[in-house]
Each structure stands twice: as structure tokens, then as C-alpha cells.
Design a protein around this ligand. Structure first.
Ligand SMILES: [Zn+2]
Length: 329
């Protein structure tokens, strides 16, 4: 079994392999589900299997000519298409190049696989261009669209693909995998998973990047601000270097915990269990109107951040931090 393949996707994998053995694979697959659960790895595992000339029950052989080309990283029959920069669309030129490539190059005697990720980055013109390939992809060609938000895809694209749904795995399985993969204590794995909305690969990235360090600095700064030990402008300057959407996400999750403590009368936060004391204190002191107002503001900033190219990060953070510090007054 390929180590790309995650244990929680075994059913989907076996079903596709059976389809492949019966020579009944479609031209296009839509792998759909939340980000960070492993759809991209699933796509790669499938591509590896289809490209191999001598696959075994355990997966690709790893030593045929085709496997060698793939492992060396330049297999002509494996094409990956993604936006040129994160958050940008997949351009129509990229799809046109793909069409030319599919028409002009000879296959290496096996399957040809295109992995497009994330497919929701197709804009109207690139999606229209892609429709041409979806109608007539050619022999033994498989398009794999990896999509975190299928609702954003054109219906005509969706309807031409066989859709496979992926969900977040059960907590127990995900924690076991994180413990095993990252050599972690299970408490720590559980916390990472909660912070990642149950998506194990997102939890892995959180652990491996300096993102957790950023979260720690953010939380420390927020606590200092409540105690009057830090200045809004200094903190805004510091946080301005962080991943802003991620910061908003964390702030949002703090507020959700506070709201839960206030409304449900419980003492423990659900997500930010490492910040229990601060969250309890805010829940005691702050009026719910202020908390909901800040939650709304965060939501607005999230939306505008995704639409605008260059927001004034300093100003945005200063406004949010001021509103946060006001919670304890
Ligand atoms: Zn092989």
C-alpha cells in the first residue's frame, strides 16, 4: 500500500481500484471535501498507480520505466495544474497549454493523468476551456479535479465528473495517525486536530510550520493586552507579519469558546483548551453584545481580505485589537 494513501480513505480507494480493474474508470474525477484531509495525496496515489506499467496489488512497482520517470519528477504523462500564486485563479492560458500538451504529445504506453488543484480556482474562461477537454479527453486520459469548495465550480464541470466525497476522519483515527506520523503525545495531537477543524494534514502543517509559534505569540499578546501590558500599535506591527487569515481564524475560535462559556454556562473552552483562564475571565467580564460585535467584525474582515488585494494590515489589526482590549473594560 502506498504511504500516500491515508487509512481513512481506504473505501474510496478500493472502489476506484475495482472500477479500474473492470476498465470502467471515467474520464474525470472530482475529489471533493474539506481542505487538509488528504485529497491531494489520494490524487497522487491514483496517478502513480495508473502511470505504472507493472502495478502490483500493493500499488505501483516503483522500477518500471514509467515509475522511474515519475520518481525523477518529469513524467510527460503526468500534468499538474495549480494557480501560479496562492489565491490567484487558474488562468485560461494554463488550460490552453494543457490542451496543446494533450493533443501533441505521445503517451508512454499507459495512462495520462492531469491533477488540477484546487479546481475552484478555475475562473469562467479557464473553466470553459476545460469543458472542451472534459468532453473529449482522449484515450486513457484521466482528469482529477481536487476541490475544497465544489459549490464554487461551474455546474457544467461538476456534471461531467464522477464525484467522490471525502470527509474529515474520525477523531480517534486521525489522532492515531498524527501520533504515529509526528511522534507526538496524544494530548498534543488532539489539540492540533481541534485547531485544524479535524483535518489531519492541516494539523501536520500546523505542527511542522512556525504557525503554532505564531499562535502562541498571538495568544500571549492578546492576554497582555487585556492586562494592559501591551500596546495595540506594537502588537499590530508584530502580528502584521503573520498569516492574517489564520490570525482571524484563531480570534474567531477564541470568541466561539467565550460565547459558549457565557451561553452554555460551562467552564471549559472546546477548542482553545490551553487558554482556559483567559477565556473564562473574558466571559465573566465582557458583555455579549461586545463579543458578538467583534465576531461580526472578524467575519467582515475575513470577507474583505479575501476580496481585496492589499488591505492595510496594520490598520485592520489595530481596529481588531482595540475592540478586543475593550472586552475587558
Ligand atoms: Zn511501475
Amino acid at each position: 500500500m502506498s504511504d500516500l494513501l491515508l487509512p481513512w480513505f481506504l473505501t474510496q480507494w478500493q472502489r476506484l481500484c475495482a472500477q479500474h480493474q473492470a476498465d470502467r474508470l471515467p474520464h474525470a474525477l472530482l475529489l471533493s471535501g474539506p481542505a487538509g484531509v488528504g485529497k491531494g495525496r489520494f490524487a497522487q496515489a491514483l496517478a502513480n498507480l495508473l502511470l505504472c506499467h507493472e502495478p502490483t496489488a500493493a500499488g505501483p512497482c516503483g522500477h518500471c520505466h514509467s515509475c522511474e520517470l515519475r520518481i525523477a519528477g518529469h513524467h510527460p504523462d503526468l500534468v499538474r495544474i495549480s494557480p501560479e500564486a496562492e489565491g490567484k485563479p487558474i488562468k485560461v492560458d494554463q488550460v490552453r497549454l494543457l490542451i496543446d500538451h494533450l493533443h501533441s504529445t505521445a503517451q508512454q504506453g499507459g495512462y495520462r493523468v492531469v491533477i488540477m488543484e484546487p479546481a475552484e480556482a478555475l475562473n469562467t474562461s479557464s473553466a470553459n476551456a476545460l469543458l472542451k477537454i472534459l468532453e473529449e479527453p482522449g484515450q486513457n486520459t484521466l482528469l482529477i479535479l481536487v476541490c475544497h469548495q465544489p459549490g464554487q465550480l461551474m455546474p457544467t464541470i461538476r456534471s461531467r465528473c464522477q464525484r467522490i466525497d471525502f470527509t474529515t476522519p474520525g477523531v480517534e483515527q486521525a489522532v492515531a495517525w498524527l501520533v504515529d506520523t509526528l511522534a507526538l503525545e496524544s494530548d498534543r495531537a488532539e489539540q492540533l486536530l481541534r485547531l485544524s477543524h479535524g483535518a489531519p494534514l492541516r494539523a501536520q502543517r500546523l505542527y511542522e510550520g512556525d504557525v503554532l509559534e505564531q499562535r502562541k505569540k498571538l495568544l500571549t499578546g492578546l492576554a497582555d493586552l487585556l492586562r494592559g501590558r501591551a500596546a495595540v500599535t506594537d502588537l499590530a506591527l508584530q502580528f502584521g507579519k503573520f498569516d492574517l487569515l489564520q490570525c482571524l481564524d484563531w480570534l474567531n475560535s477564541l470568541l466561539s469558546d467565550i460565547i459558549r462559556i457565557q451561553l452554555a454556562g460551562v467552564s471549559e473552552p472546546v477548542v482553545n483548551t490551553d487558554m482556559t483562564r483567559m477565556l473564562q475571565a473574558v466571559a465573566r467580564q465582557a458583555g455579549s453584545a461586545k463579543i458578538f460585535a467583534l465576531a461580526d467584525r472578524i467575519q467582515e474582515e475575513r470577507v474583505s481580505l479575501m476580496m481585496r488585494q492589499n488591505p492595510n494590515r496594520q490598520l485592520l489589526l489595530e481596529r481588531l485589537l482595540l475592540q478586543w482590549s475593550d472586552l475587558a473594560r
